[in-house]
Design a protein around this ligand. Structure first.
Ligand SMILES: Cc1cc2nc3c(=O)[nH]c(=O)nc-3n(C[C@H](O)[C@H](O)[C@H](O)COP(=O)(O)O)c2cc1C
Length: 311
C-alpha cells in the first residue's frame, strides 16, 4: 500500500474516521482511500494531503450512505442542528428540512395513450398513510388525472414469504411460479397485466426495507425470463436522514433490478426528513409530508409524466 504524505490535520481526520470503523475493515478501506488520495493529489498538484482533500478521497472511496459520518466530521454544529435536535426538541422537529426531489425524467414516449394504460402501485412501507404511502397516492393522483386506471397494493398486507432457495422453480417441467404458496404469484401476474408500475419504499438500515427485498428475492422464480412487454416505472424512495441524495444509490440499485426484467424507470423520487421525535408523523399521527404540498406536488407531476411521457 502506498501511503501518501499527509499533513497533521489530514492524518487527524483520517484517524477520526478509521477509529469509528470495525478493525477487520480498516486495512482494506485505508488501501482504497490512499489510492484515491494519490490520484486526487496528482490531479490537483498536491505534495501533502490536508484535511479537505483527505475528506474528498474518503467520500469518493466510500458509499454515499456514510454521509452522516462525514457531516459529523465536517460541520458538527450543523450536524447537531439537523440530525440531533429534531430528536430532542419539538420545534426543531417541525422545522427540519422535508424535501422531495424529482429526478430528471427519461423522456420515452409510451406506446399507448394514458387513458388506455393500467398502472399498478406497490407500496412496500408497512405504514398505511405514512410518508411513502402518501407520496405513492399523490403520484397515483397524477396518473388518474391523466386518465389511466390504477390499482394499489400494500406489500405488508399480503403474504410474501422469503425465498427458500429450493430451486424447484428452476427445474425443467416445474409447473407454476414458485414452490411457496403465498400472494407473490398473484402480484407478479398483476405486474405482467399492467403497463406501468410504481414502487414506493422506505430506507431501513441503509438499504431498501425488508418487505421490498423479500419480494424482489422471489423474482428469482422468473429465472432469466424477462417480462414479455417492456414496462415503465416510477420508483419512490423515502428516508429519515435530512439530505435528499444520501440514499439515491439504493434507489439506483432498485432501478437496476427492475431494468433486468425490462421494466424501465422513467421517473424517480427521493424524499427525506422523515425521522426525529415523531418519526415522520405529526402529533395527530398524520404523515409529515402532508404539511409540504409543494414537495408533494413533485410526486403528482412524476405520476402524470409516467403515463403521458411528457416530462
Ligand atoms: C427499522 C427502521 C430503519 C430505518 N433506517 C433508516 C436509515 O438507515 N436511514 C435513514 O435515513 N432512515 C431510516 N429510517 C427512517 C425511515 O426511512 C423513514 O422514517 C421513512 O421515510 C418512513 O417512511 P413511512 O413514513 O412511509 O413509514 C428507518 C426507519 C425504520 C423503522
Amino acid at each position: 500500500m502506498i501511503k501518501p504524505l499527509l499533513t497533521k490535520k489530514g492524518q487527524e481526520v483520517l484517524d477520526k474516521f478509521l477509529n469509528t470503523r470495525a478493525p477487520i475493515t480498516i486495512e482494506e478501506r485505508k488501501g482504497k482511500i490512499f489510492r484515491m488520495l494519490s490520484l486526487l493529489m496528482k490531479e490537483q498538484g498536491y505534495k501533502e494531503a490536508g484535511r479537505e482533500i483527505v475528506i474528498e478521497a474518503m467520500r469518493m472511496s466510500l458509499i454515499k450512505g456514510y454521509d452522516l459520518l462525514f457531516h459529523m466530521i465536517e460541520d458538527p454544529a450543523k450536524f447537531n442542528k439537523l440530525s440531533i435536535d429534531p430528536y430532542q426538541d419539538m420545534k426543531a422537529y417541525y422545522t427540519q428540512p422535508i424535501q422531495v426531489r424529482r429526478w430528471e425524467p427519461v423522456i420515452i414516449k409510451p406506446t399507448k395513450h394514458s387513458d388506455e394504460m393500467k398502472v399498478l402501485a406497490i407500496c412496500a412501507s408497512p405504514r398505511k398513510r405514512g410518508n411513502t404511502d402518501v407520496l405513492v397516492d399523490e403520484a397515483l393522483s397524477g396518473v388518474t388525472d391523466a386518465g389511466a386506471k390504477v390499482e394499489k397494493i400494500m406489500l405488508q398486507k399480503l403474504v410474501v414469504n422469503t425465498c427458500l432457495a429450493c430451486q424447484k422453480c428452476q427445474q425443467p417441467g416445474f409447473v407454476g411460479f414458485c414452490a411457496q404458496k403465498d400472494d407473490v404469484p398473484g402480484i407478479i401476474q398483476k405486474i405482467m397485466d399492467s403497463d406501468t408500475i410504481i414502487i414506493g419504499f422506505p430506507i431501513y438500515s441503509g438499504r431498501e426495507c425488508a418487505q421490498l427485498a423479500t419480494f424482489f428475492d422471489r423474482w428469482y422464480c422468473l429465472g432469466g425470463r424477462k417480462l414479455e412487454q417492456i414496462k415503465r416505472a416510477l420508483v419512490i424512495g423515502t428516508w429519515g436522514y435530512p439530505y435528499v441524495d444520501t440514499y439515491d444509490f439504493v434507489i439506483s440499485s432498485i432501478i437496476d433490478t427492475l431494468n433486468i426484467f425490462r421494466i424501465i424507470t422513467v421517473e424517480a423520487i427521493s424524499a427525506c426528513g422523515f425521522d426525529g421525535m415523531l418519526h415522520g408523523l405529526d402529533e395527530n399521527r398524520k404523515a409529515i409530508i402532508l404539511r409540504f404540498p409543494k414537495e408533494l406536488e413533485k410526486a403528482y407531476q412524476a405520476g402524470r409524466s409516467l403515463v403521458t411521457g411528457q416530462g
